[in-house]
Design a protein around this ligand. Structure first.
Ligand code: SME
Length: 159
């Protein structure tokens, strides 16, 4: 396992493309979910310096805070609440250009201006977690982020 993440490239696409194989080798041989979520959070935070990167796990019909990198965050989110709860409910990736324009956005940090949330599916196609990435700038995330972040979470071995 490499000890460092090295991001090369100028464009966002090139940066993700250089990160993807490194994440693959980082988590490919590990089947512990929490360990893999922790290292993915760290790799994305280190690689892109996003404000907040982390996972919420579905537990007893709530989202509960999991491994993350960044400022302290809300610990529990109900189904359909905030961007995370909406992504879980709709079973789809949600990109928010300006969190102030998202009805019901949960402001864990007043520094967060835009975000992307991606659901993780188990073998039965149920959402078992979400990946939440927050930025201090407006309109940080687009379909390139959605594509590569979805590719990254597909690397996580399912139980
Ligand atoms: N912004 C999220 C809440 C989680 S924190 O940002 C870490 C939301 O509205 O779902």
């Amino acid at each position: 396992m490499s000890e460092n993440i090295t991001i090369v490239g100028e464009s966002k696409e090139d940066k993700y493309a250089s990160l993807l194989p490194q994440v693959k080798s980082l988590i490919g041989a590990e089947n512990d979910l929490i360990a893999n979520m922790a290292n993915i959070s760290a790799a994305l935070k280190q690689g892109f310096n996003f404000l907040w990167v982390g996972f919420y796990l579905v537990k007893q019909n709530e989202l509960v805070l999991g491994p993350f990198q960044g400022p302290i965050a809300c610990t529990r989110i109900a189904l359909g609440k905030g961007v995370c709860g909406t992504s879980w409910n709709k079973k789809e990736t949600i990109i928010v250009d300006d969190v102030d324009n998202f009805r019901g956005h949960i402001a864990c940090s007043s520094l967060s201006k835009s975000e992307i949330v991606i659901p993780l599916f188990d073998k039965q196609n149920n959402v078992f977690a979400v990946l939440d990435v927050d930025s201090e700038s407006l309109k940080t995330f687009d379909q390139t982020d959605a594509y590569y972040l979805e590719e990254i979470i597909k690397l996580i071995p399912l139980a």
